[in-house]
Ligand binder design. Structure first.
Ligand code: SAM
Ligand code: SF4
Length: 474
């Protein structure tokens, strides 16, 4: 599905800022679309055509209950067609919370003197990873404050250490990063360490609002952050994640700006972001929260549906900042990845987790504090196929999201079997007897839906997993 550049946008030139506030405001200011227009835009999306910014703005403006209902229904259908019932699971691992910045909303900001500052030692890091492996985690995102200590070399070394930790059948197969923007050389270094996605959230794409929230430190430079993932691409790191922090400014503006960022990456590098994140602001240590731009649950679900329709092949992430109920809701409309068993206090996976939550060691509160076991149980109950799959990037299938969407039968041939294999590994190594039965029942149901030959092939691989072989994928 080829992206056609917008008629009005700033030209997409690598390493150059691409957000034009007026353009986005103009799209949002026009009249609301009529029902026919909404139906036509949705048909375009279901027909596998990419939506323009103008189309997405029209869906944002279509806020009457009937339009919202048809948008959500279409997003559900599209999600089912593109992703099936898979949900990819990961966990965040906070490595260090020293920070030179003063982001008004974050518990780690330099000015928050109550924050207890920690950088995990190599030994602590290993303990954390072992504890995560003992839970059954296979995919992590390492999170860092922005500080001289957390150089590209440090981030790369940390990733290498994480990959090297093996306990029993446990191993981490994909290490993603959420850290400060790097220069091209820095991105090259972290790529060499074999990382998966490098995530950087713009927080707010509105330049003036950005200055308002980012009072001091290197992060105050809006354009350096905006073009960070261009530098990643220049460094050959083409697996990148974008995001905005909802609650800082008008969600409609941020949603369109995320799509504008997507278009920019596609226009310049022929590959869009691997994932889009849309965290909503949570309470943090010593934070005064201005509720002016607070986003309701209803708008949040509606936005997920619109993003799904606009960029069908991009992974959408919803973290444990949201409670279990909200996560359940947005998984229907488009979210394809969630974290499970997330703990944000530094060192909390391996330390005494019975200790009361300590806001001064975490960046903000999580709302969904269920264990990985519990999250997987709920997913199975709701008919989702929990997946720890890491096959594509390890097989060098880059641009896999394009493949999922455009190569006929790709999901059936690759994604579903790989999700089943990783779930089976989890069931064999980490699940309770009851959960194991529940999981294999779901796998059996999946197999019934596949054609005989493929199902047989999967069954024979499952047999090998039951006999102790691991890390089998296609
Ligand atoms: N320090 C790096 C940075 O700022 O890009 C990376 C780590 S930062 C801890 C990760 C993300 O957490 C930020 O990009 C921001 O969107 C999010 N965040 C910060 N404070 C938050 C809060 N109070 N509630 C929800 N998310 C928050
Ligand atoms: Fe530091 Fe990131 Fe928090 Fe800002 S969001 S204060 S850069 S850790």
């Amino acid at each position: 599905m080829k992206f056609t550049p917008e008629k009005y946008s700033l030209p997409d030139i690598p390493m150059r800022p691409f957000i034009d506030v007026k353009e986005i405001e103009d799209f949002l200011a026009g009249p609301k679309p009529d029902r026919q227009e909404v139906v036509e835009i949705i048909a375009k999306s279901l027909n596998k055509q990419r939506l323009s910014l103008q189309d997405a703005a029209a869906l944002i403006k279509a806020d009457d209950p009937e339009s919202v209902a048809i948008i959500k229904q279409a997003a559900k259908e599209l999600k089912q067609a593109v992703y099936g019932n898979r949900i990819v699971l990961f966990a965040p691992l906070y490595v260090g919370n020293y920070c030179m910045n003063n982001c008004a909303y974050c518990g780690f900001r330099a000015e928050n003197k109550e924050a207890v500052r920690i950088t995990l030692s190599r030994e602590q890091l290993i303990h954390e990873v072992e504890a995560l492996e003992d839970e059954g985690q296979k995919r992590l995102i390492l999170v860092f404050g922005e500080h001289k200590r957390y150089s590209a070399d440090f981030i790369a070394d940390t990733a290498r250490t994480v990959y090297s930790v093996k306990k029993g059948h446990g191993e981490i197969r994909r290490v993603n990063i959420n850290a400060a923007p790097l220069d091209i050389e820095g991105f090259r270094k972290v790529k060499e360490a074999g990382i998966g996605t490098y995530q950087i959230f713009q927080e707010t794409y509105h330049p003036e609002m950005y200055k308002f929230y980012h009072l001091a430190g290197p992060k105050r430079d809006y354009n350096y952050r905006l073009t960070a993932l261009d530098r990643a691409q220049e460094a050959g790191l083409d697996d990148v994640g974008i995001g905005a922090l909802f609650g800082l400014y008008d969600w409609r503006f941020e949603a369109l700006a995320l799509l504008r960022h997507t278009n920019h990456l596609e226009a310049c590098y022929n590959v869009g972001p691997h994932t889009i994140s849309f965290p909503r602001m949570q309470a943090a240590s010593n934070m005064v929260f201005n509720k002016k731009y607070e986003m309701s649950d209803a708008d949040y679900a509606r936005m997920v549906a619109i993003l799904r329709l606009a960029v069908p092949y991009t992974g959408l992430i919803c973290t444990a900042r949201e409670n279990a109920e909200v996560r359940r809701e947005v998984m229907q409309y488009g979210v394809s990845q969630i974290d499970g068993g997330a703990k944000l206090e530094l060192g909390a996976y391996s330390e005494d987790t019975e200790a009361p939550q300590n806001l001064n060691r975490e960046q903000f509160h999580v709302s969904d504090s269920r264990s990985l076991h519990h999250v997987i149980d709920s997913l199975l109950d709701e008919g989702y196929l929990p997946s720890f799959c890491t096959a594509c990037y390890r097989k060098g299938r880059t641009g896999e999201h394009f493949m999922e969407f455009s190569v006929p039968g790709f999901i059936k041939r690759f994604c579903t079997p790989n999700a089943i294999f990783t779930l089976a590994e989890y069931l064999e190594d980490y699940a309770s007897e009851t959960q194991k039965q529940k999981g294999y029942k779901l796998i059996e149901n999946q197999l019934q839906e596949l054609d005989g030959q493929l199902a047989e092939q999967i069954r024979s691989t499952l047999q090998r997993i039951k006999q102790g072989e691991r890390d089998l994928y296609q």
